[in-house]
Design a protein around this ligand. Structure first.
Ligand code: ATR
Length: 270
């Protein structure tokens, strides 16, 4: 993988556990690549014959511009988190939104098709989730964000069913996703909720993309109101599973990957 910084990434833990679980003699390494160096790093991938890589902040857009081909989803998002090598050709994918939906479907039985969804946030993760929900046939995708102009641009990714909403309207959706970093340990929003949870109604589903702590303030508040709520570990696991399958052609050992993530999170007391 390439990113900046990459020191605290869980991806090496995830993928090395996955390779071991399926008996593949592969290794996953994290490279701290300076801003502006992503295209050069991709040339290195071509020359070295690396099978593929993940891409994280701040390189997702630069890699989208530098690969030879993009999937339709990665092209719409203008962001790549997974590169697959085919000879000297590099294909850019985005597995964040699909991984989010895989996890949500497995953990809650949620069906995106025909449902009314709201996404809070308008950064890279929010954009990927909005696009995935729309591609899966959501009837409506409302986007709420602290900075409304960014919400409008994100809603435009929703294949014609997007709109900008305000937090007071979140009670009217089947699904409410927190796709901001609010609540994430070690950030200014740690310990906080991204919107007032009193707007939530029993029968809704809440999905938080934050995975540390797993009991995020939003997940705890939602469950107190009788709302089904899931945290971000599932998205982390399933975006990785999709990458793993693209590179190796093997089904990802999801249970082992989840166990490795949970061990790593438990061990992280910093
Ligand atoms: P990523 O690409 O990882 O999703 P990002 O591009 O930094 O991250 O986006 C972070 C998102 O969280 C944005 O929607 C941001 O809102 P703004 O567009 O207004 O900046 C949102 N966010 C971060 N901290 C927040 C806070 N304290 N309150 C509300 N929204 C916050």
């Amino acid at each position: 993988m390439i990113g900046h910084p990459v020191r605290h990434s869980l991806s090496p833990v995830i993928h090395n556990a996955a390779f071991a679980a399926v008996g593949l003699d592969w290794v996953y390494l994290a490279f701290d690549v300076a801003p502006g160096e992503a295209a050069a790093a991709l040339d290195g991938v071509r020359s070295l014959g690396v099978e593929g890589l993940n891409v994280t902040m701040p390189h997702k857009a630069a890699v989208a511009a530098a690969v030879d081909e993009l999937t339709p989803t990665a092209a719409a998002l203008g962001a790549v988190n997974c590169v697959v090598r085919d000879g000297r050709r590099l294909v850019g994918h985005n597995t964040d939104g699909g991984g989010f939906l895989d996890a949500l479907e497995l953990e809650t039985g949620f069906v995106a098709e025909g449902s009314r969804c709201a996404v809070v946030g308008a950064g890279g993760a929010a954009r990927a989730v909005v696009r995935a929900l729309a591609e899966a046939g959501a009837a409506a995708v409302g986007v709420a964000n602290r900075t409304p102009e960014k919400a409008a641009a994100t809603a435009e990714l929703a294949c014609g069913v997007g709109s900008v909403v305000v937090p007071d309207e979140l009670g009217g959706f089947d699904l409410v996703v927190n796709a901001t970093s609010v609540g994430m340990k070690g950030t200014p929003g740690a310990g906080q909720v991204p919107f007032d949870p009193s707007v939530l109604q029993a029968g809704q589903i809440v999905a938080d993309i934050v995975y540390e702590p797993t009991d995020t303030p939003l997940v705890v508040a939602a469950r107190r109101r009788g709302v089904v709520a899931v945290h971000g570990v599932g998205m982390l696991v399933h975006q990785a599973a999709r990458s793993f399958e693209l590179w190796t052609g093997h089904a990802a050992p999801v249970a082992e990957v989840r166990a490795a993530v949970e061990r790593a999170l438990l061990g992280d007391t910093g």
